[in-house]
Structures are given as C-alpha cells and as structure tokens.
Design a protein around this ligand. Structure first.
Ligand SMILES: NC(=O)c1ccc[n+]([C@@H]2O[C@H](COP(=O)([O-])OP(=O)(O)OC[C@H]3O[C@@H](n4cnc5c(N)ncnc54)[C@H](OP(=O)(O)O)[C@@H]3O)[C@@H](O)[C@H]2O)c1
Length: 238
C-alpha cells in the first residue's frame, strides 16, 4: 500500500459503492479525503465512518453536474487540507433503454453526470494539482466504455466518451507530472442503477476496485498504466 501521509484526495460519489471503497482505502493509506455526493447527509455520514476508523475525511453535498458545486468542492479541499494531490472522478449514474423511450432528460442526466461532470472536476482540479507540482487523476470508466449493448446508447456514449476524454487529458498534463488513468470495471456489487449490494457474490466488490486505484498511486514514476480493465474472474454464465 502506498504511504499517502500528507496527501489530499477528492473522491466524487464517495458516499457509497465504489467511491466509498476508494475513499476509505485512501484514508487508510494516510490521505486526507474530501468526498461528495448529491445527498449531503450521506456524504457526511460516510466521512464520519471513515473518521471513526482513524482516517481524515470530510463529506460535502455536491452535484458534479453543477460547475459552481464543483468549484466549491475543489476550494474545500485546498482550504481545509492545504492543497490537492489526487482526484478520483467516480460519480456516475446508469440510465438504460431503447432510444425511442430514452427521454431527453434521461440522456442529459447520464451525459451531464458521467462526462460533463468529470470535465468540470478535471478543469477545476488541474490548476490545484499543478500548484503541488503534480499528482494523480483517476477516472472511473467502465467496460461499457469499450463494449456496447442494446439499451446502452446513453451509458455507452458517456463511458466511451469518458475514455477518450481521459486519454486526451493524460496527453495534456503528463509533462506537468500529473498522472492520469482510467479504471474500467465490469460488474461491481453496489447500489448502481437501483441494485442492492450483497445479492451477487460473483461480482467485483468496491474494495477490488479500490485496490487497483491504490496500486496506480504506488506505481513507479517512469511508467504509467493509463487504462486498467478489471472484471469478475468468474461471471455468471449466460
Ligand atoms: N457498479 C458497477 O457495476 C459499475 C461497473 C463499472 C463502472 N461503474 C462506475 O462506477 C462509478 C460508481 O458507481 P457505483 O457502482 O459505486 O454506484 P452507486 O453505488 O450508485 O454510487 C454512486 C455514487 O455517485 C454519487 N452520485 C451520483 N450522481 C452524482 C452527482 N451528480 N454528483 C455527485 N455525486 C453523484 C452517488 O450519491 P448521490 O446519489 O447522493 O449523488 C453515490 O455516492 C460510476 O461512474 C459507474 O458508472 C460501476
């Protein structure tokens, strides 16, 4: 595990699921963590849980679809903990269905959260990372950013777009010592799209994904794993 003492991390969508697993792992490794979700009380309670296990964390109510909310998120990290070293852009939603039933509001909810929200976070975070002389940006993509499926127009578009965004961002900032990677999980046991955690033992867990994030932060500086796919090793047979 890397030693993240003195490092400051932001995890969007950190109140539950994959984001909470990553936030807890970062705090365990010594980082001060700012996590957010739209539901402020859930974000605060997740941060309190991390703090009760000895970590340093704060929870904020932030909607990544709102540029001003994202500005407040970055400012909170720099004001409260003195800077920013790690951004994990994890917040995301599902939204599925055939195109003639996929209403414009649903399209916008998926694209604005999974793609434009990540743009806002990176746009605001990069100057703060540069001030520290470098850092990490990890976006949480999906295998749906590589494989299409029926009913996936909005979600596939958001995650294919996110992968392209992340790769271009990596090229933009790598000479500033900002290391950018996209982690692309398969099915993870979370609340995603109305799922109930605990019902599918074959799925990945948030801790599995968190382990990959920590490994990226621990990786030697000369090489950069810029895209990591992680999938259940024994998925349910179709
Ligand atoms: N679970 C899977 O099988 C799977 C597979 C591949 C990739 N992923 C990706 O992993 C990421 C996390 O998903 P998850 O499975 O952990 O889902 P989850 O259990 O539903 O958690 C999603 C988190 O994102 C937050 N969130 C949603 N919209 C937000 C917004 N506009 N602003 C701020 N926070 C927001 C949620 O809190 P609020 O609702 O309170 O805002 C929650 O904290 C997503 O990007 C998803 O696409 C998931």
């Amino acid at each position: 595990m890397p030693n993240l003492d003195g490092k400051v991390a932001i995890v969007t969508g950190g109140s539950k699921g994959i984001g909470l697993g990553i936030a807890a792992a970062l705090a365990d490794a010594g980082a001060s963590v700012v996590l957010c979700s739209r539901d402020e009380s859930e974000a605060r309670s997740a941060a309190d849980d991390i703090a009760s296990n000895g970590g340093r964390a704060m929870g904020l109510g932030v909607d990544v679809r709102k540029h001003d909310d994202v500005k407040r998120l970055i400012t909170a990290a720099t004001d409260e903990f003195g800077g920013l070293d790690i951004l994990v852009a994890n917040a995301g939603v599902g939204g599925f269905g055939p195109i003639d039933e996929l209403e414009p509001d649903e399209w916008r909810r998926v694209i604005d959260t999974n793609l434009t929200g990540v743009y806002y976070c990176c746009h605001e975070a990069v100057p703060a990372l540069k001030k520290r002389g470098g850092g990490w940006i990890i976006t949480i993509g999906s295998l749906a950013g590589r494989n299409t499926f029926a009913g996936g127009t909005a979600y596939n578009a958001s995650k294919f777009g996110l992968l392209g965004f992340t790769e271009a961002l990596m090229l933009d900032v790598r000479h500033d010592d900002i290391r950018v990677s996209c982690v692309m999980p398969g099915s993870v046991d979370t609340h995603f799209d109305g799922s109930k955690p605990g019902s599918d033992s074959w799925k990945l867990t948030p801790d599995d994904v968190a382990k990959v994030v920590l490994q990226l932060l621990d990786h030697d500086a000369r090489s950069l794993p810029s895209k990591v796919e992680i999938r259940p090793s024994r998925p349910k047979k179709r």
